[in-house]
Each structure stands twice: as C-alpha cells, then as structure tokens.
Design a protein around this ligand. Structure first.
Ligand SMILES: [Zn+2]
Length: 225
C-alpha cells in the first residue's frame, strides 16, 4: 500500500522514499506526494528518481506510476520525488473552487443531480442534469463563493475511515463533504473566480470554473530539502 503523503501534507514538493516494485516501465513507491487521477482531479506532474512520470493510476490502495521505458530503476532503490508545484497548486485551487460551487448550486437548486466533474490545471467543470439554463443562478452562486473565499475559512481535511482510505473536508459552519482529493488549508487561497454556463445536451448543464489571473493569499509549498 502506497503511503499517500499528499493527504497529510498537500504542500510538500519533494520526498525521499524507495521503490517497492518495478514491472517494466511501471513502478510502485513506499510513499508518495504525486497524486493519481481520482474523483475528477487530474494526476500530478513530477519525477521519480529523476525520471519524468508519464502517467499515474490508482489500483486499490496502490498507485502505479508509468516512467520512460529506459528508466533503469530497481526495486528497493531509494528515490527522490519532485512535484510540479505550480500545476498542483492550480489543481488544488480549482478543485476547492469546484467544491464550493457544487455546494452552493445544490443548495440553490435542491433536487439537481451532479453527473460528472473534472478538475484540470486551467479550469474545472461540473456537469448536472437540470431542465433549464443555469445562467440565472450563476451570479448568486459566484457571490456566495466569493464571500466564502473572502472570509478565508480554514479547511479541515481528514480521514472518515483510515483503513479504507476514505477522506473528507470540512468548513466549520458551512459543510462537510466526502472527498479523496488534495485540499487547500484556507478558502482565501482560491482567489477570485469566474463562472461560465454551457449546455452539453438536452437537459444537461455544465458549469465551468476559472481562476482569475490575480490570486488570493498564496499557500507556501515546502520541500524536505
Ligand atoms: Zn475535494
């Protein structure tokens, strides 16, 4: 089982660990700071022992990383992991922006159904089943999100079931939501947002979320070095 350090410290940008398995160009690690696509959040970019990670996927409690075929790493070998922090931080900010927007949309329109979500480094999207345009609710949802961001609430992240690897985030007095993604420490780190509505088929509505170029208070990453 890969020890998922990105949960206990999502601001850590380097980690010394070792390889637990090597199968061709696929490797597993004792511990990791490199997130693998899950819950709609894209995989991190980074390197393992100097080799660029090409893909990452979850298999049960393990994460399998794909490296270049000529990687030459051996099982048991100590390796240093490096995380592409600017990309991860954009993913974390858009991820939490999407969490806030989802909560506010579902409170505004009880009965709305979320059918998908995707968090990339340039934008996030949430897809819903809803019979009419979501445009009229975008302004109040954006105002609600900006109020939560301006309040700079602390965000608690922790296990709901450690053995099963289940996690949640919580903002005191606002919401507690199950999620295994990487989460910010404070809502102020998101900064200003923009929302866009798209129709993606009959009875389906998409909300796209963008970060404004100017950011809020930035979280400080740190390295083990
Ligand atoms: Zn989440």
């Amino acid at each position: 089982m890969t020890d998922k350090i990105f949960w206990q410290d999502p601001y850590l940008t380097t980690l010394d660990t070792h390889l637990t398995g090597v199968d061709g160009n696929e490797v597993t690690l004792a511990a990791t700071i490199l997130y693998a696509f899950s819950g709609g959040q894209e995989s991190d970019a980074g390197s393992i022992g100097g080799c660029t990670v090409q893909a990452a996927r979850c298999e049960g409690h393990e994460i399998i990383y794909t490296l270049p075929v000529d990687h030459a790493l051996k099982p048991g070998e100590p390796v240093r992991l490096r995380l592409d922090w600017p990309r991860r931080y954009a993913l974390m900010r858009l991820h939490f922006a999407a969490e806030l927007v989802l909560e506010l949309v579902t409170r505004t329109l009880p009965g709305i159904t979320r059918i998908g979500a995707h968090i990339a480094a340039d934008k996030a999207r949430i897809d819903f089943v809803w019979p009419t345009h979501l445009t009229p609710i975008l302004a109040p949802v954006l105002a609600g999100a900006h109020a939560l961001i301006a309040a700079d609430h602390p965000i608690y992240s922790g296990f709901t079931d450690r053995a099963a690897g289940r996690r949640c985030w919580q903002i005191e007095g606002f919401a507690r939501v199950d999620c295994g993604g990487t989460h910010l420490r404070r809502t102020g780190e998101i900064g200003p947002l923009a929302l866009k509505r798209r129709n993606i088929g009959s009875g389906k509505e998409r909300v796209e979320i963008y970060l404004a170029p100017s950011t809020g208070t930035t979280g400080q990453p740190h390295a083990t070095l």
